[in-house]
Design a protein around this ligand. Structure first.
Ligand code: SAM
Length: 343
C-alpha cells in the first residue's frame, strides 16, 4: 500500500442498490460553526471532531482524486461553517488540482453563512471557487440575532454587497422558512436577492437537528408557493430531475429586475429517488445520505497508507448501501445537526 497514484480504471460509478448514480460530492470541511441557529446547532453543543482528525487540504485533494475517478463531477464545500477554516483556499486549490489532473472542468461551490466572506472573496475565486450559496433566513438584524444567537448580521450584509461582479456565478441566497414570520418576510428576501443579481431559494424545514420533531408544524412548500404567487409573476422552469429545487422565472417589478427563484421541498416533495449525492465529513467519513447515521471511514485507511484503489473500493461500498429515502430516518438521527455531516 502507499502510492498516491494507485491506478484506478475508469469508467466506474458510485452506484447504489436502487440504481442511482452519485455525481455530486458534498464535503464538510469542519463541524464547527460561529452561529448557534436554534434549529441547527444548540448553544450547549459540545461534541466536536478532534482537531487532529480534521482532514488536511492535501487529504481533501487526495480524496477528491478518488471521487473524480468514481464519476463525481461537482464538489460543494460546506460544514459547519467552512470559512472557519483558515486553509479553505488551500483546500479549494487541492481540489481544483484534482479536477485538472482528471482533465475535467473544475466545478467547485461553497455553502456559507458569509461571516468573514467580505475579505476573502478574491482569494477564494483565485483558488478556484466558482459558485456560492449564502444561507440567510432574515434581513432584520434583530430577528437574525434571535435566530442565530450571534450579532453578526452586519458582516453578512457587507459580504453580500461585495458579491455582485466578484466572478462567483451564480450567487444563491438560501432562506429556511421556519414560521409565519419567514413567510411574511419572503417577498423582501426575494426582492433583495433579485436587485443584486442573486437567485433566491426557500428551503422547507427538514425533520433533522435539535428542532427536527417540529417539522410537521412548520410551513410547507405549498404555503411558500402560495405566498410567492401572491407577490410575484412566476413562470415555471423545467428542472433537472436530480435538482432539489423547483424553479421559476420571476418577472421584473417596478423596483426589482427579473430573476430566478426556487423552493427546495425536501419534506413535502422529497427528491430521494433522483438523489445524486454522496457526502464526505470533515473527518473523512463517507455518508451516502444526509439522513443516514451509517458511514464508511476513510480517515484511518488514508492515514495508514491505503492506495487510491483501496479508498475507491471503500467509497463504492458506502454508496452501494445508500438508503432509498428519508423514510429510514430514526428518532436518533433527528437529534443530530446538519452541521455535523455537512448541510
Ligand atoms: N454554515 C454553512 C451555512 O450556513 O450555509 C453551511 C452549513 S449549514 C448546516 C447549511 C444549511 O443547512 C443552512 O442553510 C441551514 O439553514 C440549513 N439547515 C440546518 N438545519 C436545517 C433544517 N432542519 N431544515 C432545513 N435546513 C436546515
Amino acid at each position: 500500500m502507499g502510492a498516491e497514484s494507485g491506478g484506478i480504471k475508469p469508467p466506474r460509478q458510485l452506484l447504489d442498490r436502487w440504481g442511482r448514480v452519485a455525481k455530486d460530492l458534498r464535503i464538510s470541511v469542519t463541524d464547527r460553526c460561529n452561529l448557534r441557529c436554534s434549529y441547527c446547532l444548540p448553544e450547549d453543543a459540545d461534541t466536536w471532531i478532534p482537531r487532529q482528525d480534521l482532514l488536511t487540504p492535501r487529504e481533501f485533494g487526495r480524496l477528491a482524486q478518488v471521487a473524480l475517478s468514481l464519476g463525481i463531477r461537482k464538489v460543494r464545500l460546506t460544514g459547519g461553517e467552512p470559512l472557519l477554516r483558515p486553509d479553505l483556499e488551500e483546500i479549494i486549490r487541492k481540489i481544483r488540482q484534482a479536477f485538472i489532473e482528471a482533465d475535467l472542468p473544475a466545478e467547485i461551490a461553497l455553502t456559507t453563512n458569509a461571516i468573514g466572506l467580505a475579505t476573502r472573496i478574491d482569494s477564494l475565486v483565485e483558488a478556484g471557487l466558482g459558485r456560492i450559496n449564502i444561507s440567510l433566513d432574515t434581513l432584520d438584524p434583530d430577528r437574525y440575532f434571535a435566530l442565530a444567537k450571534r450579532d453578526r448580521f452586519s458582516e453578512v450584509a457587507a459580504a453580500l454587497e461585495k458579491l455582485p461582479g466578484s466572478g462567483l456565478d451564480p450567487v444563491k441566497l438560501n432562506s429556511v422558512i421556519l414560521d409565519q414570520k419567514s413567510l411574511e418576510e419572503l417577498p423582501d428576501l426575494v426582492r433583495f436577492a433579485l436587485r443584486r443579481g442573486f437567485q433566491w431559494r426557500a428551503i422547507e424545514f427538514m425533520p433533522i437537528g435539535p428542532l427536527g420533531g417540529s417539522a410537521a408544524v412548520r410551513p410547507h412548500a405549498s404555503d411558500i408557493f402560495r405566498r410567492l404567487q401572491e407577490c410575484f409573476t412566476l413562470t415555471s422552469i423545467e428542472t433537472d430531475p436530480a435538482a432539489p429545487a423547483r424553479r421559476w422565472n420571476v418577472a421584473a417589478g417596478s423596483d426589482y429586475p427579473a430573476g430566478i427563484i426556487g423552493v427546495i421541498a425536501s419534506e413535502s416533495a422529497p427528491f430521494c429517488a433522483s438523489c445524486d449525492r454522496t457526502r464526505l465529513s470533515a473527518n473523512g467519513r463517507v455518508y451516502s445520505c444526509l439522513f443516514s447515521l451509517s458511514f464508511v471511514d476513510l480517515l484511518a485507511p488514508l492515514r495508514q497508507g491505503a492506495s487510491n484503489e483501496e479508498l475507491a473500493q471503500l467509497w463504492l461500498s458506502a454508496q452501494a448501501a445508500k438508503p432509498a429515502g428519508h423514510t429510514e430516518i430514526t428518532a436518533e438521527r433527528r437529534t443530530y445537526s446538519l452541521s455535523q455531516i455537512g448541510g
